[in-house]
Design a protein around this ligand. Sequence first.
Ligand code: ATR
Length: 279
Amino acid sequence: MTDQYAVLGNPVTHSRSPFIHACFARQQHQRMEYRAIEAPLDGFESCVSQFLQGDGKGVNVTVPFKEQAWRLAACRTPRAELAGAVNTLWRDESGQLWGDNTDGIGLVTDLTQNVQVKLEGARILMLGAGGAVRGVIQPLLDAGCSQLFIANRTAEKAQLLVEQFAPLLPEGVLLQGGGYTSVPSDGEFDLIINGTSASLSGDLPPVNPVIVGAHTLCYDMMYSARPTAFCQWAITHQAARAVDGLGMLVEQAAEAFLCWRGVRPDTAPVISLLRQSLA
Ligand code: ATR
């Protein structure tokens, strides 16, 4: 029987994960199939257990089930534990259900390997304080930045994240958070990451553009065929570069593939293929 994998979400028809994992499987000569399954909003748990009972070997989890997947996993990797969300599930030999979160490592790998930005010593501004942001905070802090400011429409949510991650702060790193108006405007940031879903509705976080300088890289955790609203904002304000999150998507998938199959695919050709398929 062929090993079965799936991404579970609702809605899930837009998911590029089946395309990405089919590319990985071909590249690595792995006998497996991967499909998208729309789980009922009130039936995520039974959908997972049904899928993993048969030939199902692993599941990716997307919106809106990542927190539910975290609660469902009997064992969690340390990075999933901190993220409070799980995007990758599988059973070990003894039948225990494991959960991992590969979003943060996916972001950091895309930034350092593909975009080739230096995170050591970087001043980073994170826009947003929702589930997607929570999943990437610790890997960003561990990557050696000197400052991370989390700015959010609802300032309290940014402050809560700061409180949560403060005890785990690597030495010498400044972690702060607040509303958009409290973003320090005394100099440019090296990296500004959009982790909000604001650009979906065409709204952009009201950030003072003085923080964008000729060396600033702007990175949108979202991606689309055309430059995202945030990338357009960055270009308008003469950022050094504006990059979307397509590479992050492929890198987080490669980490999930590694969890399941024990081998990490070569991501560069898959990023190119995916970009072409969007055009
Ligand atoms: P996700 O899992 O995608 O992170 P989420 O947890 O609902 O989803 O978080 C969405 C994020 O986008 C939040 O930071 C949210 O800001 P609030 O916490 O103030 O709600 C942000 N967001 C969504 N729509 C926005 C908008 N129109 N303007 C600014 N921020 C927005």
